[in-house]
Design a protein around this ligand. Structure first.
Ligand code: ZN
Length: 259
C-alpha cells in the first residue's frame, strides 16, 4: 500500500505532466462522474494531503483521488495505449502527456472550495509544509488507552503513515506496538522520527529506514518476519493489529521492543 512518501512523489509527477497545460482529454470511468468533462480547462496543480491527491482545475474544480491498496497514476506521452481491462478509473491528458489513474480507490470531482470536507479531518501531514509535531502529539493524547500501533495508522492523528513506517518507527523507538499511547514517555520523539523517515524517502522510490539502500538491507523489521533482528538477533515477529475487517500487518522484534 502506498504511504505518504509515495503519494507525495505521485503528486510531483502529476504536477510535472499536467500543471499549466490545457486538458485535451478527460475520461472518468466511475459511475458517479461518467459524464464529467474537463476538456479545455487548464490544470492548476496537484497537491497531496496525507495519502489523498487533489488535482485543481481551472473553474474551481478539484479532482480528488486516493490510491488505497494498490492504485497508481501512470504517466506517459500522450496517445500511449491504456492498460487493459477495467483497471483504468480516470484519464487526464494534454497534448504532451497523459496521466492514467489505475485501480484508484477513490475518484471524485468536487468544488475546490469543498476540499476541506474531504481532507479537513486529517491530522498534520507528515510531508506537508505545515507539519506540526505538537498538534500530532495533542491528537494522539486524546485517546490514551489506544494502542500506539493503531493510533499511528489513524490518519486523523497524523497523516501519511502506513504499515511500513508504523513498523519501522516503533522498532527504532523500541516501542512494543500494543503499548498504550498514554504509557509512552516521549510521543514527540516518536512522531518526529516518523516525520524524518518519510522526509528522507520522499524524493526516491522505495523505503529505506536503515540508511542502507542495498536490496534486502533497507528495513529493520518490515518484510523480515522470521529473520534475525539486525540489532539483537531475535527472530522478527509478524502479526495483525486492529479490529476486523480493518486489521493490518505489524512486524516487531520481541527483543528490542519488549512488552
Ligand atoms: Zn531486536
Amino acid at each position: 500500500m502506498p504511504e505518504g512518501d509515495a503519494v507525495h512523489r505521485t503528486a510531483a509527477r502529476l504536477r510535472r505532466a499536467l500543471d499549466g497545460r490545457v486538458l485535451t482529454r478527460s475520461d472518468f470511468r466511475v459511475p458517479r462522474h461518467a459524464t464529467a468533462d474537463l476538456t479545455g480547462r487548464t490544470v492548476l496543480t496537484t497537491v497531496s494531503r496525507g495519502k489523498h491527491l487533489l488535482t485543481r482545475v481551472e473553474g474551481g474544480l478539484t479532482v480528488h483521488t486516493h490510491l488505497r491498496m494498490d492504485g497508481s497514476w501512470q504517466i506517459a506521452p500522450a496517445g500511449r495505449r491504456l492498460p487493459p481491462g477495467d483497471q483504468v478509473r480516470l484519464v487526464l491528458a494534454n497534448e504532451q502527456w497523459q496521466a492514467v489513474g489505475v485501480r484508484l480507490g477513490v475518484v471524485d470531482l468536487v468544488g475546490t472550495g469543498e476540499e476541506e470536507r474531504l481532507v479537513g479531518h486529517l491530522g498534520p501531514d507528515l510531508l506537508g509544509e505545515d507539519w506540526d509535531a505538537d498538534e500530532a502529539v495533542r491528537r494522539l493524547r486524546e485517546a490514551p488507552g489506544r494502542t500506539i500501533g493503531e493510533a499511528l495508522l489513524d490518519q486523523r492523528n497524523l497523516a501519511g503513515i502506513g504499515t511500513i513506517y508504523r513498523a519501522e518507527t516503533l522498532f527504532l523507538r523500541g516501542v512494543w506496538p500494543w503499548r498504550r499511547v498514554g504509557e509512552i514517555e516521549d510521543l514527540h520523539a516518536l512522531v518526529s522520527l516518523a516525520h524524518r523517515l518519510l522526509d528522507a524517502n520522499k524524493e526516491h522510490a522505495g523505503t529505506v529506514t536503515t540508511g542502507d539502500r542495498r536490496p534486502a538491507h533497507q528495513t529493520w523489521v518490515y518484510g523480515r518476519a522470521g529473520r534475525p533482528c539486525r540489532r539483537c538477533g531475535t527472530r522478527i515477529s509478524r502479526g495483525e493489529m486492529g479490529a476486523r475487517p480493518q486489521e493490518r500487518l505489524i512486524l516487531w522484534c520481541g527483543g528490542c521492543q519488549p512488552r
